[in-house]
Design a protein around this ligand. Structure first.
Ligand code: TMP
Length: 237
């Protein structure tokens, strides 16, 4: 597959056209941002880890019947994916209180929910990705009602599969963010990435954070945490 012109550069990835109009190449960077781009930095080796981890997890999800954009890993940082038009929603599932949930509702981190929660935010940097509910998403024509149902269903199934997998690695899946896209025929598939940038992953025994919160909160040991979580994945998948 021939890599053609760059179509887009995001905060953590670049996207290229290919000779096939239905395929794109994503190229993972080491750049890290937080707080809607206000905080900027580099996490050395992150692109390699996120590329590999996201691909392995998406392949696992495909086996469990969840369609994804993943096609083939091309190199350490590059992956061939199906071309989608991204549904402009960030879909967040939480199993345990943390982050913006704790802040918004004034509760400590670490409360284990009896049932996972789902929330959506409008993927719009200028507005700071505001929280919205499914009625708002439909009113704004971000997604059709049937698409929202499909997305919710997939998101909870992804949670079940990821929670079970990370648990075998001695890791607690606290929360994560997913993005979905539409193929040219309208089929909804899981897109973007699943990585320590987009998940909160805590060591099941010690509670140590093994994700991007170490960068967001200036905790240090960022590269080491990414390497550790990748090692756990490689040992168990
Ligand atoms: P939050 O607690 O800050 O809302 O984050 C919830 C989850 O979503 C957490 O695992 C980190 C992930 N996330 C992203 O992937 N991208 C984002 O822009 C934000 C704000 C969170």
């Amino acid at each position: 597959m021939e890599k053609k012109e760059q179509l887009y550069e995001g905060k953590a990835k670049k996207v290229y056209a290919t000779s096939d109009p239905e395929r794109l190449i994503v190229d993972y960077k080491d750049d890290a941002t937080a707080f809607n781009g206000l905080k900027k930095g580099t996490i050395s080796g992150k692109g390699v880890i996120n590329n590999r981890m996201s691909n392995r997890l998406m392949a696992m999800l495909e086996k469990r019947g969840i369609p994804t954009h993943y096609v083939q890993e091309l190199s350490e940082r590059e992956t061939l994916v199906k071309k989608v038009s991204i549904v402009p929603l960030e879909v967040i599932i939480r199993n345990i209180s943390a982050g913006s949930f704790s802040k918004r509702y004034g509760v400590e981190e670490g409360i284990v929910f009896e049932t996972p929660t789902i929330e959506f935010s409008y993927k719009n940097d200028d507005l700071g990705d505001p929280l919205l509910n499914s009625y708002h998403a439909i009113a704004l024509k971000l997604a059709a009602p049937e698409e929202i149902e499909t997305i919710k269903n997939y998101a909870f199934r992804v949670n079940d599969a990821l929670k079970a997998f990370w648990s075998t690695c001695g890791v607690t899946l606290v929360d994560f963010k997913l993005e979905f896209g539409r193929l040219s025929d309208g089929t909804i598939v899981l897109a973007d990435e699943i990585s320590p940038d987009t998940c909160r992953l805590w060591d099941a025994k010690t509670g140590e954070k093994l994700d991007k919160d170490r960068f967001r909160r200036d905790m240090g040991g960022v590269e080491e945490a990414y390497a550790e979580i990748m090692k756990r994945l490689e040992e168990h998948l």
